[in-house]
Design a protein around this ligand. Structure first.
Ligand code: ADP
Ligand code: MG
Length: 326
């Protein structure tokens, strides 16, 4: 096992080679020059072994997941991702091959999402492996999509399908006997490797009235949007888009849909839009090849209500994930 400086030179410096202002990770800091007329959108997310990933998860996927949870936040803010800083706390006895595979995952997603590494920190920890990325994206002017901004009459929309990540985690822990193997693999892949909606995200700035990334359960996250906007959000349960695998599970378990809207790890964007912009949204969905579904609407009031298939409104217990919940 080599020292800190060798680890940085061997595994992380190659990830900064396309960023001349990272100076090969041989200086104390890097420079970043935003494009003219753009603002930087900043976000950070950390992942911890035993909480966000499991000890035996493939290291390349852990690296990619770290980047993708941050990419998802930038997408939900209407930003185009550009660069990131990386902090790694490795257990002292970590195998260097693990670090090499982790870095390969980072490299693959840097290429896929067109971002570069600018710097970071590397430390040893007596605790579980912990990684944090701080990511930089750009928006025109100040056009960052906020959680605040939804207005009564707006449509509530989401990208992709809801619940797959949470159902994938369940499949890892207690596989459902009736589910075909390909659909199980699909759900587990959705848990391990979120697909951040960066293409449509960048198009939502200036189109959506509010937006956020759904990572802690649709209902809980829509609740944040409603609170910050000072409105009520109605989620039409029957309209929430489920994947074929989730619908397959729903055939034998009517509770799947309710679990889907409170489970975490979706990494979709949920946003609101004035109805007059629906045509522009449909065109953006086509151009970005992203599924978009209207799942409800915004009304005067507060909080989230779920419209059940029989038409009655239910006030959900928030559900969703809270690290300090007890
Ligand atoms: P310091 O002495 O200030 O802690 P370091 O030795 O940690 O500085 O860092 C040296 C250089 O390596 C810096 O440019 C830093 O940004 C970079 N660096 C350290 N760890 C990482 C990492 N995990 N990923 C990317 N860059 C890193
Ligand atoms: Mg350091």
């Amino acid at each position: 096992m080599s020292g800190e400086f060798d680890l940085i030179a061997r595994h992380f410096a190659p990830l900064a080679k396309d960023a001349p202002l990272a100076f090969g990770l041989k200086d104390d800091a890097a420079l970043f020059v935003p494009a003219k007329g753009k603002s930087l959108v900043l976000t950070a997310d950390a992942i911890v072994e035993g909480v966000h990933f499991l000890h035996d998860d493939p290291p390349d996927q852990i690296g990619r997941k770290l980047l993708r949870v941050n990419l998802s936040d930038l997408a939900a803010k209407g930003a185009t991702p550009r660069a990131y800083l990386l902090t790694c706390a490795f257990p002292r006895d970590i195998d260097e091959r693990w670090i090499a595979a982790f870095a390969r995952g980072l490299k693959a997603d840097q290429r896929q999402f067109d971002i570069v590494l600018l710097g970071g920190d590397t430390v040893a920890t007596p605790g579980p492996a912990t990684f944090s990325a701080t990511m930089f994206g750009e928006v025109k002017g100040r056009a960052m999509l906020r959680r605040a901004g939804a207005r009564p009459g707006d449509l509530l929309c989401t990208t992709g399908t809801i619940g797959d990540g949470g159902l994938g985690l369940t499949e890892l822990l207690t596989p459902h006997a009736g589910l075909p193997a390909a659909q199980r693999r699909y759900l587990i892949a959705r848990y391990r490797l979120p697909q951040p909606r960066t293409r449509i995200g960048a198009m939502l700035a200036g189109m959506a009235s509010a937006g956020l990334d759904v990572s802690d359960g649709l209902v809980q996250d829509v609740g944040h949007l409603a609170r910050q906007s000072g409105v009520q959000a109605i989620v039409d349960l029957a309209e929430v888009p489920l994947s074929p695998a989730a619908r397959r599970l729903e055939r034998t378990d009517a509770g799947v849909r309710a679990r889907a809207i409170s489970a975490g790890d979706d990494y979709e964007i949920t946003f609101t839009i004035p109805p007059k912009r629906l045509a522009a949204l449909e065109s953006a969905a086509l151009r970005s090849r992203t599924r978009v579904t209207v799942i409800g609407r915004i009304e005067k009031g507060a909080g989230v209500a779920v419209r059940l298939p029989d038409g009655t409104l239910a006030e959900p217990e928030t559900g969703g994930y809270d690290h300090f919940g007890r």
